[in-house]
Design a protein around this ligand. Sequence first.
Ligand code: FES
Length: 156
Amino acid sequence: MIRRNNPLIIYSFNHYKTIIKLKKYFMTTSQYNPKIIAHFTSPHNVGEIKDADGVGEVGNPMCGDMMKLTIKVGRNKKDEEIIEDVKFKTYGCAAAIATSSMVTDMAMGKTLDEALKITRQDVAEELGGLPEIKMHCSNLAADALRKAIENYRSKG
Ligand code: FES
């Protein structure tokens, strides 16, 4: 008779779970287009602005991924407030990192009002589309940008 807590069975079960996780990872990764992979492997604007004017921090409660985005606000020739510099730090999946990188590219140089209009859909489209199961990951980037701008404006 096979005991329920037989270490071999437990090992096999854990091994099976690992294989399923790896399979999911590679299936998802293979759905990423070259633009997403490029932003994931060489992300733009990584880091943190030391004397940032605004900070936005968000987390995804479903997976535990986190993003911190910092902005420096300047002015353009029309004397409108613009995002002069933006940097991010993301602890997350490939899609979270690629969307973080893309949102910083999209926001750089925009007026605050223009940057506030960037949606997660815009970020995903700019990346050439995300796999459906990864669409929620683009929330982090758009939300962190919005929070950083709100944080700046809340300081008056
Ligand atoms: S799985 Fe967590 S943000 Fe992508």
